[in-house]
Design a protein around this ligand. Structure first.
Ligand code: DC
Length: 218
């Protein structure tokens, strides 16, 4: 079985997909991490990420690879394991900008398709049900209000010892939603055959149970 999970930033996709993978014995593939790895490569190469022409040229140098260490996805740039450096805000915001460049998407598509073809995958991102795995057995569109997503993100940052401003975090989330949903290529949107799950008033366990029961009905 292949399961596609799409949705906006902060909807809980990776947390939920990881737990569902464990419960259903599937391999979790985080495509956002691949876009983040390309963005990290471009930032470190000194590329102005707003310049789509240079991004298109330079992205091909990003040798992104996925390896599983104790069942957990690790992302490599060449031989370097960059997994621990991908979650920074600057990298996420740059990924949101560079992922709208068609060459960046084409660069990662074959890696994603290759993983999908192995089967037994739960993959999350923005265009999984619409573009990468249009043939997925189950498609979930996971969302939550921007207010709730910002609250979750603030809590996550506070747990790391940071002191984020709620309004700034919420504004960044809404800006990222806008960019991801309005870009020309592979915009974030609910696939026609995807099931909408709004997690605003649900616990993590409730969401996992719901998705596993949807998969169980297949
Ligand atoms: O899910 P995430 O926050 O790690 O993703 C980072 C950025 O990558 C996100 O703003 C949009 C982009 N992305 C994408 O365009 N397509 C995907 N399948 C996954 C992520």
């Amino acid at each position: 079985m292949n399961v596609a999970i799409d949705g906006p930033a902060g909807a809980g996709k990776s947390t939920i997909a990881k737990l569902c993978a464990k419960k259903m014995n599937l391999i979790y593939v985080d495509t956002g991490a691949m876009y983040r790895a390309v963005a990290l490569y471009l930032l470190e190469s000194g590329v102005n990420v707003e310049n789509s022409q240079i991004v298109a040229e330079k992205c091909k140098g990003a040798m992104v690879d996925i390896r599983y260490v104790d069942g957990v996805q690790n992302v490599f740039l060449g031989d370097e394991n960059v997994t621990g450096r991908l979650r920074e805000e600057a990298v996420g915001n740059a990924a949101s900008v560079t992922s709208s460049v068609p060459d960046v998407r084409a660069h990662l598509f074959s890696l994603q398709r290759g993983l999908a073809e192995r089967g037994g995958i739960i993959m999350d991102g923005r265009d999984i049900g619409t573009v990468v795995m249009p043939d997925a057995d189950v498609k979930i569109f996971l969302t939550a209000s921007s207010e709730v997503r910002a609250r979750r993100r603030v809590k996550e940052l506070e747990e790391k010892g940071e002191h984020p401003d709620f309004d700034t975090v919420k504004k960044e989330i809404e800006e990222r939603d806008h960019r991801d949903m309005t870009r020309e290529i592979s915009p974030l949107k609910q696939a026609e055959d995807a099931i909408l799950v709004d997690t605003s008033d649900m616990t993590i366990d409730q969401v996992v149970d719901k998705i596993c029961s949807i998969c169980g009905e297949k």
